[in-house]
Design a protein around this ligand. Structure first.
Ligand SMILES: *Cc1c(COP(=O)(O)O)cnc(C)c1O
Length: 230
């Protein structure tokens, strides 16, 4: 990955062009892979530059940090769509529902149950993705591939949750291609259309492999003052 410049609007434009080129080269329709600008660890002033450049879909990995930043930004800009892309603790579910339009990190039965009851109480239903731990890393969130069927059965059939797709975060040192292909295969197998995969260093490859969402932070905003994702 090239080091991004300081001009966030220019970085965004460059990422959008690369994304469009990668989807076109794969023979996919224009606009089928949407760009989630990952703004975790970034100041509101940086996010405002992306908003001014027309970006409306953003990803954050912490509920508390998002509560501090987004209500103010939302009050000034229409059409914002906020994605939670980090682990969700059950005691934060109510706060998450109040803030996020999309929750990409459903990964365990207890969270599915808590989400289902909170959705019923609040009347707010976010779009949901199940995070799959394709690399089977002990320290990483996500349901193991062999447990996905069981979790989907609970979430969809028993709890009535609508699941849009699957999300993955391949191991940092692995070739991401096989992980993207595995996630696409699992989605097909379970009749899911959505695929959230690909970050700054590999979003073009993810788009070529069928991503419906790519999550790009550093290539848009530059480095952040926060440790890398787990
Ligand atoms: C931080 C993060 C990203 C973006 O990573 P970059 O390398 O900055 O593009 C994508 N997905 C998840 C889950 C993340 O935590």
């Amino acid at each position: 990955m090239e080091t991004p410049g300081q001009d966030i609007a220019a970085n965004l434009e460059s990422v959008r062009q690369k994304l469009a080129a990668a989807t076109a080269a794969a023979g996919r329709p224009q606009g089928c892979a949407q760009l989630v600008a990952v703004s975790k660890g970034q100041e509101a002033s940086m996010i405002r530059q992306a908003l001014d450049a027309g970006q409306r879909i953003f990803g954050e990995n912490r509920v508390q940090e998002s509560q501090a930043k987004w209500p103010e930004l939302r009050s000034r800009h229409d059409g914002i769509e906020l994605h939670l892309i980090g682990p969700l603790q059950t005691n934060k579910v109510r706060d998450a529902l109040a803030l996020f339009d999309v929750i990409e990190t459903l990964d365990r039965p207890k969270l599915a149950r808590t989400l289902a009851s909170a959705i019923e109480k609040s009347g707010r239903a976010p779009r949901l993705f199940v995070q799959v731990n394709t690399g089977r890393e002990d320290q990483k969130a996500g349901v193991a591939p062999e447990d996905l069927g069981g979790l989907l059965g609970l979430a969809r059939d028993e709890l009535g949750l609508q699941i849009e797709g699957l999300m993955c975060l391949p191991p940092f040192d692995a070739d991401p291609g096989p992980h993207f292909q595995q996630l696409a295969g699992l989605a097909r197998q379970h009749g899911l259309m959505g695929l959230s995969m690909g970050m700054s260093r590999d979003f073009e490859l993810a788009a070529a492999n069928g991503a419906s969402l790519v999550r790009v932070g550093t290539a848009i905003f530059g480095p952040r003052s926060q440790p890398p994702p787990r």
